[in-house]
Ligand binder design. Structure first.
Ligand code: MCA
Ligand code: AMP
Length: 472
């Protein structure tokens, strides 16, 4: 059996290749046959531009059908797909270009040129299971963005597991409203669909009206918790509207037990919460059949080992994982790779959790200094560096506190240099040049000092507690 990702997906394609794979509300649909031939044409175009197996393809485009076809072309030909958030600023992109050393950088214009390649049969090369399929940038537990290397086997094994566990079939239609530069929208959602011969309703992004309109013709929705809280605010979210839906999946950030219960109350469906990471794909999932526990991410997925290291008296400790889905390490970064694995080969997630008596995993916090805002990761250190570089700033602390829409909201507390004036407006304007919108503080506070402990270390926990109600 071949372990390449595309071959694995292709085994699940429908017998009738005229069946739809992608349906856009305002355009004609893309069949499995179209998908094969158009991605084949793009794969040939990439080859004729000199790209070879192992070369990196750095992609910064908005969400589009062409973007997905480019992804498929890359994974078919062994070209390493490296997606970037289209909201990144030029300053942010510069780093990824230097680090990934791409053979080709694809922006909107280049995507249009590639996607105009004539549809063609493409002879997929044999790809080693361990060869790279994608590199996704993430900051891991600390510091600067690092490229998580994901092999053909990492992605294929996780796709096969999820299709089985979540019972995807050719009759499913998934509402695809997530971005496609991250694991959730690019891998989890599209692989489940394509690898089972199902179809997806392709939306450009989150839009409550469009999602509610799609529900009567759909069976599955995948989203971050913000999707669910925003939909709950809609009076037309009813049992009737969701009656053809069989599965609501939530992940990327904690789903509150309250949202879980409210969703069941309004629709009769229990959201299936799962847990994953860029470096590992999906790790744990509440069961399709059997109890879905509000607040838990469920038992480990088949084939995935999860253990709790250095557990305290309550069984809470560091979550460590191992499996065919787990990255081999960070791109050209032996040091960070070595730090991220235990001597016996478990990956350190940076999350804290415990197992209950039935083997369900409960995530209780993070050992890493990370804010998750609307499902996007924000690294306080990166935002602090950007603010510290501004004139007049003596020091700054960035924390995340509860936010009704984004789960956590970013706050910056800034201390100006003596005799210098720092204004919120000027800081905001400057950050627009350096940081993508989702990383920028939703609130900036100017203070005389930061709380510090006896060792002189900034006490972020004190700030978090004090500012907890800021977005309430
Ligand atoms: C947009 N903004 C945000 C966010 N999104 N600010 C903070 N956090 C965000 N997530 C900014 C906008 O730029 C805008 O700024 C202002 O907030 C209001 O935007 P709004 O129109 O409300 O936003 P939206 O376009 O509706 O987007 C919200 C969203 C979106 C739908 C929640 O962020 C989203 O699709 N998130 C999903 C992320 C995701 O796919 N994560 C998976 C990662 P301004 O007013 O300044 O213009 S994969 C992962 O984590 C692992 C592997 C896993 O387990 O899945
Ligand atoms: P990323 O680095 O973008 O891949 O985000 C991975 C992190 O998101 C994990 O390490 C967790 O901290 C968090 N995460 C993902 N899914 C969940 C979930 N269901 N509940 C709580 N945290 C989650």
């Amino acid at each position: 059996m071949r372990h390449s990702l595309f071959a694995s997906l292709q085994r699940g394609f429908p017998e009738d290749l005229n069946a739809p794979a992608l349906v856009e509300p305002t355009a004609s649909s893309i069949s499995y046959g179209d998908l094969l031939r158009r991605s084949g044409g793009i794969a040939a175009a990439l080859q004729s531009q000199g790209l070879r197996q192992g070369d990196r393809l750095l992609v910064q485009t908005g969400k589009s059908v062409e973007g997905l076809l480019l992804y498929l072309a890359a994974i078919r030909s062994g070209i390493v797909y490296v997606p970037l958030n289209p909201g990144y600023t030029a300053a942010e992109i510069d780093y990824f270009v230097r680090d990934a050393e791409p053979a080709l950088f694809v922006d909107e214009a280049r995507l249009a040129a590639l996607a105009s390649a004539p549809a063609a049969e493409f002879a997929d090369p044999e790809l080693a299971a361990e060869s790279l399929a994608a590199i996704l940038y993430t900051s891991g537990t600390t510091g600067r963005s690092k490229g998580a290397m994901l092999s053909q086997r990492n992605l294929a094994s996780n796709a096969e597991t999820l299709i089985g566990e979540w019972k995807f079939t050719g009759s499913d239609r998934l509402i695809h409203a997530l971005p496609i530069f991250h694991v959730h929208g690019l891998f989890v959602a599209t692989h489940c669909v394509l690898g089972s011969g199902a179809s997806m309703l392709w939306l450009p992004g989150f839009d409550a009206d469009a999602i509610l309109a799609a529900m009567p013709d759909a069976t599955v929705l995948m989203g971050v918790p913000t999707f669910y809280t925003r939909l709950l605010a809609r009076p037309d979210l009813t049992p009737e509207r969701t009656s053809s839906m069989r599965l609501f999946v939530s992940g990327s950030a904690p789903l509150s037990a309250e949202t879980h219960r409210a969703w069941e109350g309004r629709t009769g469906h229990r959201i299936l919460e799962r847990y994953g990471m860029t470096e590992t794909g999906m790790l744990a999932s509440n069961p399709y059949e059997g109890a879905r526990r509000a607040g838990s991410v469920g038992p480990p997925l088949p084939g995935v080992d999860i253990r709790i290291a250095s557990a305290d008296a309550d069984g809470v400790g560091a979550i460590e994982v191992r499996g065919p889905n787990v990255t081999s390490g960070y791109w050209r970064n032996f040091e960070k790779t070595a730090e991220s694995f235990t001597p016996d080969g478990f990956f350190r997630t940076g999350d804290l959790g415990r197992f209950d008596n039935d083997g369900y995993l409960w995530i209780v916090g993070r050992a890493k200094d990370l804010i998750i805002s609307g499902g996007f990761n924000v690294y306080p250190a990166e935002v602090e560096d950007a603010i510290e570089a501004l004139p007049g700033v003596a020091e700054v602390a960035v924390v995340g506190v509860p936010h009704p829409d984004f789960g956590e909201g970013v706050i910056a507390v800034i201390v100006p240099r003596p005799d210098q004036v720092v204004t919120k407006e000027r800081v905001s304007a400057a950050l627009r040049e350096t940081l993508a919108a989702y990383k920028r503080p939703k609130r900036i506070l100017i203070r005389d000092a930061l709380p510090r402990n006896a060792m002189g270390k900034v006490e972020k926990a004190v700030l978090r507690k004090e500012l907890a109600g800021l977005f309430a």
